[in-house]
Design a protein around this ligand. Structure first.
Ligand code: SF4
Ligand code: SF4
Length: 67
């Protein structure tokens, strides 16, 4: 049984400026900005498309391998 490598968005909370751009862009509505502090990714919804990382002005999002 071979499993496809999956990717998920990971937010660096120290860098996030909580602008909300990523949440607006996510086609899966997987991102919420927690208490106006930083973006949080719902790993269960994220499909690893990378759209959020592409729009983040602070480069706070990286794509990581998911299990
Ligand atoms: S990688 Fe795609 S699906 Fe996942 S949080 Fe970012 S925009 Fe949403
Ligand atoms: S786009 Fe970047 S800086 Fe803006 S809320 Fe999302 S992770 Fe934070």
């Amino acid at each position: 049984m071979s499993e496809k490598k999956k990717r998920r968005a990971a937010v660096d909370h120290r860098v996030c400026a909580s602008c909300g751009e990523c949440a607006e862009t996510c086609p899966r509505l997987a991102i919420t900005v927690e208490r106006g502090m930083y973006a949080v990714v719902d790993a269960g919804r994220c499909i690893g498309c990378g759209a959020c990382a592409a729009v983040c002005p602070a480069s706070a999002i990286t794509m990581e391998a998911a299990s």
